[in-house]
Design a protein around this ligand. Sequence first.
Ligand code: NAD
Length: 389
Amino acid sequence: MTADYGMGYDTYGHTPLDKAFGQGDVYGVAYDAARAARPLVRIAIIGAGGVAQSKYFPAVARLRMIWEPVEIVAFAEPREEHGRKVQAIYGGKWYRDYQDMLAEEAFQAVIVLSPDNLHAEHVRAALDAGRHVLVEKPITRSMPDAQQICQMADDKHLCLMSVANKRLSPPYRRLKRFIESGPLHNPALYSAKFNLGYDYVDLFESGTIHLFDLTRYLMGDVRSVYASGVNRYGRNTRHYPVDSAALTLEFVSGAVGSITTSSTALSLKPWERVEVYGDHAWAAVEDQLELILYDGEAAATQSWRPAVPNTLLFDEEFGGYMWLIENFVQSIRGAEQPVVTGWDGYRALEILRATQMSLHQHQSVTLPLTPDSAEAEAQEWLRSSGWNG
Ligand SMILES: NC(=O)c1ccc[n+]([C@@H]2O[C@H](COP(=O)([O-])OP(=O)(O)OC[C@H]3O[C@@H](n4cnc5c(N)ncnc54)[C@H](O)[C@@H]3O)[C@@H](O)[C@H]2O)c1
């Protein structure tokens, strides 16, 4: 007999069983009185490009399909072809200038999906206008900026969340539960492997930062980072200083771990694997899909995979986007705590900067960092290879 570790609620991304079988509502779209009774939250989006169109607009539409009262009333996008297309498909008022949108439209919250280097400006403007904010990763391109906007949100008593959609992806939710409630309580060892798959973005800022956040979410705060790296093929079009890196981590809990990450093996999608080792038990998540639990010698190995990956499951659902947006609007309503805060985004950026400082110094770097000096050193390391910012 295998334990279920209190996971009765957890559907691994599928329609809840009572809806699917009890009510014959396979797609989970029948009237949901409890969800429909939640107060309406009006949101706006800044930046309607790739991730907005492929993840956020569909995720909000799917949430509405299952009766979540959330509405995108407006979006700001300077590119005409995107603005016209998104408006035609999803509605909402299209603005070329985000400042006009903030001044003219009535909404409680903003999702910032603009390029990384504009996050700080857009978050500041939204907070200044009294709006709650969910901002894509990395929270900003600099630690002092990240610190400043997090403090600003706290001072204004506004909700600031940074995007960490993996936290809400079913295999990682379940892994987190194993760590919190057993059988992986107080883990000793952690290992994460990441193949970014693209060589036209920044290795740490663009992809690996997801694993920095996930690592901290699962294992707690990082005490030190030692990183070694190589620019093996020199092919990165932005002249990032390394194309592959191996990190050794010490956690505040006393546990140890490693992260390896690379952008050299081109692929149409990033690939990853996470392993957590506890006392007489360990678990692995293969490519954010299959979770395998090796629960000691006496218990059978258990594994979970979505049963119908491409029919009933939506990427925006399994990828965590829907649940992140749901958690954001529920936090605004005061009905839930944010699963990831702006300060979590700051801490993920801090691990990233510690990694870059360690690559610069060829020695271990201890956290917490001093934002200004960490930033200056990381910039020096980045510019040393001709990186174009
Ligand atoms: N969570 C994830 O896995 C994930 C995946 C992809 C991208 N991202 C992040 O999402 C953000 C957007 O990435 P993307 O791939 O969609 O990029 P993108 O370039 O396709 O989209 C960004 C959009 O912002 C618009 N924009 C530029 N300046 C603007 C302004 N002043 N006001 C409003 N809009 C403006 C651009 O015209 C563009 O359409 C980035 O921060 C990126 O790191 C996260």
